[in-house]
Design a protein around this ligand. Structure first.
Ligand SMILES: Cc1ncc(COP(=O)(O)O)c(C=O)c1O
Length: 444
């Protein structure tokens, strides 16, 4: 009796080690497979006119199949804080591959335990316990569940324009209709107030509020920095009303804003903190949520009430442990503060030079939002930067803004390259605008 109706032949991936003579073939196959088996419209958009395919990454650079080098000022949406393929992270993962890759689940896991102890040592205040998962969305999902479990209450207050992930729980916290509407009804008990408005937050709190969830700086919302003192006031308010504070540091955490955690700028200790993205050193996917011993008690009577098969796996944990060592030993949070100030200063010069194009420059450390006067201009400049070898990206909730989020190891001369390239794009635009005006006058 035939077991399979169809004979399935395994296609073999053309090895990247085949050399440049195979690059064209690999690129063509990639585009074809992406269109037919991933997402046609998105693949065509990513491929652009050149059909560039990612081929190799190192440090602050990404290289495509034509050998073209791109300065990575996007940082994989915040995952490459220690740069691409940091040698210490790669070495740790390679060694781990020869020992244990995924854990048996039935013995103590020394890699997860070690990483949790490292995190406890650097986390703000009394955050001591960690649950490991595989993404930022899962970290938020777990944090929301823990807040409900430990308080016995159900309401969650989030902010408008926030982004917390795409699972039904995390999406209920996310504050943008374009992501939410197609999936409604979402979870009950979620409210969204204006980010930065402390009075609106207080008005939304009820006796049944379990937690407030916030990004210290809204990332996907367009790199929105709240007024000074906002986070501290939120902390005071949540304490006063016996409500938990969940800080989603998935994008702001691990040095990005110039401190190891963005909440440290205001000396705030959350009750629950979410991390992901940069935690895996740009090598392995890993996320987590952390809380104090008191809050963690809620998970102890039934430890498998929240669980993950892959969460805490040795490969991801070793990558994360090496990443934390690199962040601390190479002083990357402090470096982000210094380089971020320099970057921001240079970008503000551009804003002053081209007020007709640039609406705003904002951010903290190396999490910078650069807002254009129009969405169309943002799209055109972003594409032109790409042509000239600089990667940046838009933010999901603010279509006029690009995010500048490079590896924290970026140097001053690399920052100069980026800003000078952007200056060149604007300058060319000024010239072409002039020519267009002249042509217009002649015609008139
Ligand atoms: C603040 C924040 N939280 C959660 C997420 C979701 O993370 P992931 O894409 O790893 O699920 C993101 C992703 O951009 C984020 O920026």
């Amino acid at each position: 009796m035939a077991v399979y109706k169809r004979r399935v032949q395994t296609k073999k991936f053309t090895r990247t080690t085949y050399g440049p003579e195979h690059y064209e073939q690999i690129a063509a196959t990639c585009l074809d497979n992406s269109i037919n088996h991933l997402n046609a419209a998105y693949s065509q958009k990513l491929a652009g006119a050149e059909g560039a395919v990612e081929f190799r990454d190192q440090g602050v650079y990404t290289f495509d199949n034509h050998g073209k080098r791109y300065l990575d000022c996007l940082g994989g949406y915040g995952i490459f804080n220690v740069g691409h393929r940091h040698p210490r992270v790669i070495e740790a993962v390679k060694a781990q591959l020869d020992q244990v890759c995924l854990h048996s689940q039935d013995l103590l896991n020394p890699w997860a335990a070690h990483l949790a102890s490292q995190l406890a040592a650097i986390a703000p205040g009394d955050l001591q316990y960690t649950f490991f998962c595989n993404s930022g969305t899962e970290a938020v999902e777990g944090a929301l569940k823990l807040a409900r479990l430990s308080t016995g209450k159900t309401e969650i207050i989030s902010t408008k324009n926030s982004y917390h992930g795409v699972s039904l729980g995390a999406l209920s916290a996310t504050g943008r209709d374009v992501f939410r509407k197609p999936f409604e009804p979402l979870l009950n008990g979620f409210k969204h107030v204006t980010f930065g408005d402390i009075a609106a937050l207080e008005a939304a709190i009820t006796e049944n509020t379990a937690a407030v969830i916030l990004e210290p700086i809204q990332g996907e919302g367009g790199i929105n920095v709240p007024p000074v003192g906002y986070l501290r006031k939120v902390r005071q308010l949540t304490r006063k009303h016996n409500v938990l504070l969940i800080l989603d540091e998935v994008q702001t955490g691990l040095g990005r804003t110039g401190r190891m955690f963005a909440c440290e700028h205001e000396g705030v200790v959350p009750d629950i903190m979410c991390l992901a993205k940069a935690l895996g050193g740009g090598v392995m996917p890993i996320g987590c949520f952390m809380a104090s011993k008191k809050i963690w008690k809620a998970l102890e009577s039934n430890p498998s009430i929240h669980n993950s098969t892959f969460g805490g796996n040795p490969l991801a944990c070793t990558a994360a442990s090496a990443t934390l060592e690199v962040l601390v030993e190479e002083h990357l949070p402090a470096r982000a503060a210094v380089m971020g100030n320099y970057f921001m200063r240079r970008l503000i010069e551009l804003k002053e030079k081209y007020p007709q194009y640039v609406a705003d420059v904002r951010g903290r450390g190396l999490l910078i939002g650069f807002e254009f006067q129009t969405k169309e201009l943002r799209e055109e400049v972003q594409a032109e930067l790409w042509h000239r070898g600089v990667l940046v990206a838009g933010t999901m909730n603010s279509n006029k803004t690009i995010r500048i989020e490079p590896p924290l190891i970026i140097t001053e001369s690399q920052i100069n390259f980026m800003v000078d390239t952007l200056d060149g794009v604007f300058n060319d635009r000024v010239e072409s605008d002039k020519k267009a005006r002249k042509r217009g006058k002649k015609r008139a």
